[in-house]
Design a protein around this ligand. Structure first.
Ligand SMILES: [Zn+2]
Length: 270
């Protein structure tokens, strides 16, 4: 077909419109939710079904989440801690990104308002035992009881009633110290175990600038993955705004992990 000079601009206009259509369609949703037009933003939501992904995180397991190059999942352990967790939440909100918080039950019991605030802001809440013990040093029953106490405390903070059935079936072992028995138990209970693909080593004392340099250097190597940080660490709370800017400026995308819809519904009806 011959395309005349008068028709060509129209065809080009249509092609351009098709090419930019996903961007145009996506922009209003993000803009409506995020007052900061320059924000990093959450790029997509990934449903994680424990039946498909019983254990993820290459630091501990052979499998991890199906992330694309430059996709990051932000996870924070050991909170909630008033002040520092609030500062982390503010940094996340400023960039309109959603993260996952693996909470220690004792902290959740002490600060239920903060647990509910994290949920209200749309973040995912996972579980991280009652008081952060070395689970591999406990008798199996005691270890599972500690896991369940942690789940119960977070559920009580979230919903006002204790339950050992987690609203979100995501768990992380303190110190990544799993045992075959506990892994088997959690898998049978339909709870996914999260390791990590990389971390900032923020349990070591360093300045926020040093932590940022260490973390971005590692990110340049791994290029994607589940990132472990600790919201009760001052240096991490201080570093986070600059790290999120770095992600934005280097075209990284934040993926928000959530339970599968079926799992959420069943949890809500229990
Ligand atoms: Zn921890």
């Amino acid at each position: 077909m011959f395309i005349g000079p008068r028709l060509l601009p129209n065809i080009l206009a249509v092609l351009v419109a098709i090419a930019v259509a996903p961007v145009v369609l996506a922009a209003p949703a993000r803009a409506a939710e995020c007052p900061n037009k320059d924000a990093l933003g959450t790029s997509r939501v990934l449903e994680v079904d424990p039946a498909t992904y019983p254990r993820v995180g290459l630091k501990s397991f052979p499998q991890t989440l199906p992330l694309e190059d430059h996709e990051i999942v932000l996870t924070f352990d050991d909170g909630p801690t008033p002040g520092l967790t609030d500062k982390v939440l503010a940094a996340l909100s400023a960039e309109c990104v959603h993260a996952t918080f693996f909470m220690v039950g004792r902290g959740a019991a002490d600060h239920p308002d903060l647990v509910r605030k994290i949920a209200r802001l749309g973040h995912t809440i996972g579980y991280h035992t009652w008081d952060h013990p070395h689970l591999n040093k406990l008798a199996p029953d005691a270890a599972e009881a500690n896991i369940d106490s942690g789940i119960s405390a977070v559920e009580k903070a979230l919903h006002g009633t204790s339950s050992t059935t987690p609203t979100t079936p995501f768990f992380r072992f303190p110190y990544f110290e799993s045992t075959p028995h506990l892994l088997d138990r959690l898998e049978k209970r339909g709870i996914a175990v999260f390791g990590a693909d990389f971390w900032a080593s923020d349990w070591n004392k360093m300045t926020p600038e040093e932590e940022l340099k260490l973390l971005t250097g590692r990110l340049e190597t791994v290029r994607k993955g589940i990132l472990l940080l600790h919201d009760p660490r001052q240096q991490t709370a201080d570093m986070l705004p600059a790290f999120l800017r770095y992600l934005r400026e280097h075209n990284y995308r934040v993926v928000h992990i959530v339970p599968t819809a079926a799992k959420t519904v069943s949890a809500q009806t229990q």
